[in-house]
Design a protein around this ligand. Structure first.
Ligand code: NAD
Length: 497
């Protein structure tokens, strides 16, 4: 078997077979089946990963269970040190891994994949730094009693991630779960497993056998087997709300704690005093256009005050028209591709439906070209639908593509009502010079993360997660690590005779 993960160079376009990690070894699936990984840039098969089934899941969970006592009993700061060393080893490999990521999931190298790979290094260092912070408390009950709490790891964590930011989301499971003393079985998304396997390969140089196990396979096979496994003590899932609901039901069968990071349809509210270029740039970033809108926090409902509606849409169209959609590996590309054919068809269906709505203005974009270089891959141009009603399907369902719906508003209370009229509650963005209006609106939005006058990505140390059907639990922070990956135990000791 070609273990190509170590040998991918910047020029390579085919990476061969990439085995998965079980019990410290690089393994094929027990039944020998493989999944082809297609690059969305040109639809070429760029590698294969094992198609894990229940037997592989069982092997991985058993290995993690065997590794748990030794790993749990390691001094927390020693666990942190290992992650510091992993981060150091990753740093010189960043460019190679970033290219692999762009190759497999179509995100542009310059605007996305390099930053995502840097995030992994930062994330490992952040959690290495807080490794000793899983502290308990003592309670002043009585001079003759010592009553204190400990934070203990849960055991074997089963984690599942999607394809849209596979490195960032894998790092956000691996680091907090392991630093706090759990062992882990991580299932990667079938569409983008290669870069995360490359990171796992570096982790494995430092971690004891079985502490980290990384599986590749389909959700209906490996994913289902993992969520049903009786030795899993905690489930941590990032993906769609539909699958999250299923994961939660599986956890409920065995009363296993579940963390969910799910979908969104986040609002961006532009006040009449914010019809300015920097705000347009901010809303483009907030809509995650540079990631083709394939982000859970994409601000895809753009509420523009009626008095500046046409002017703002005009500026938005000018700026989006200047973006280069192209080969994700090309330094000139601002935007790459949609991840796969299924997702591409889904996005196109939403675009077709939007174009047919009565009263809609297609301010920019539309269906992708059917010939020319962009037709060779899953490229979709930025699309702006204007004068959209908040209850249309394109404004209420998560499209997960570069499609923004501009919706007019007149009254502050009314726009907040529209913004909150969704079962999602992940993120929100408010754009105004009026501090009072900005903060009033931020507080009124039913979302786990609201930004005022900025449209950036999550930052380590924030307590990030969703309200409503966008999720349960928090990631990105020490607090998230403690809540998601430790459990409290109280010890009560009588000091009297
Ligand atoms: P998905 O839910 O289809 O798949 C996510 C993962 O779950 C994949 O690894 C898949 O193989 C697995 N899976 C599928 N069916 C399963 C099952 N029955 N049991 C167990 N596992 C199963 O989502 P996707 O299309 O890969 O990703 C896009 C979705 O992820 C969007 O809804 C997006 O908003 C969400 N997302 C959320 C966050 C967040 O932080 N809240 C971050 C990124 C993506």
């Amino acid at each position: 078997m070609t273990t190509v993960q170590d040998s991918v160079t910047s020029g390579e376009r085919h990476v061969g077979d990439a085995p998965m990690l079980i019990a410290g070894e690089w393994a094929e699936a027990a039944d020998g089946q493989w999944i082809d990984v297609e690059s969305p840039r040109d639809k070429a098969v760029v590698g294969r990963v094992p198609r894990a089934g229940a037997e592989d899941v069982n092997r991985a969970v058993e290995a993690a269970a065997r590794a748990f006592p030794g790993w749990r009993d390691l001094r927390p700061r020693d666990r942190g040190d290992l992650f510091r060393r992993i981060a150091d080893a990753l740093e010189p490999e960043q460019e190679r891994i970033a290219r692999l990521l762009s190759l497999e999931n179509g995100n542009a190298l310059r605007t996305q994949s390099r930053g995502e790979t840097q995030f992994v290094v930062d994330c490992f260092r952040y959690f290495a730094g807080v490794a000793g912070e899983a502290k308990g408390e003592s309670i002043p009950l009585d001079p003759t009693v010592l009553d204190y709490s400990r934070r203990e790891p849960l055991g074997v964590v089963g984690a599942i991630v999607p394809w849209n930011a596979p490195l960032m989301l894998s790092a956000l499971k691996i680091a907090p779960a392991l630093v706090s003393g759990n062992t882990l079985v991580l299932k990667l998304a079938e569409d983008a497993p290669l870069a995360a396997l490359a990171v796992a390969r570096i982790c494995q140089r430092f971690l004891p056998e079985g502490v980290l196990n990384v599986l590749t396979g389909y959700g209906a096979e490996a994913g289902e087997a993992l969520t049903a496994h009786p030795r899993i003590a905690k489930l941590s899932f990032t993906g769609s709300t539909a699958v999250g609901r299923r994961v939660m039901a599986k956890g409920a069968e065995r009363i296993v704690p579940v963390s969910l990071e799910l979908g969104g349809k986040s609002p961006q509210i532009v006040f009449p005093d914010a019809d300015e270029d920097w705000v347009v740039d901010g809303t483009i970033a907030g809509m995650r256009f540079f990631r083709q809108g394939q982000s859970c926090t994409a601000g895809s409902r753009l509420f523009l005050h009626e008095s500046v509606f046409d002017s703002f849409v005009g500026k938005l169209v000018d700026k989006l028209s200047a973006l280069t959609v192209g080969d994700p590996l090309d330094e000139a590309s601002d935007m790459g591709t949609i991840v796969n054919g299924r997702q591409f068809d889904r996005v196109c269906d939403y675009i077709s439906e939007g174009m047919e709505q009565s009263g809609v203005e297609v301010a920019l974009g539309g269906l992708p070209p059917t010939d020319g270089p962009l037709a060779q891959g899953y490229y979709v141009r930025p699309t702006v639908f204007a004068r959209v009603a908040n209850d249309w399907r394109i404004a209420s369902e998560e499209i997960f593509g570069p499609v923004v719906c501009a919706i007019p508003w007149k009254d502050e209370q009314d726009v907040v009502r529209m913004a909150n009229d969704t079962h999602f509650g992940l993120a929100g963005f408010v754009w105004t010079h009026d501090l009072g209006a900005g903060l009033r609106t931020a507080h009124a939005l039913e979302a786990g993360w609201v930004q005022v006058n900025q449209g950036g990505g999550q930052v380590l140390g924030q307590s990030y997660g969703g309200f409503k059907q966008s999720g349960i639990g928090r990631e990105f922070s020490l607090e998230g690590m403690l809540d998601s990956y430790t459990q409290r135990k109280h010890v009560s000791v009588s000091l009297g005779r």
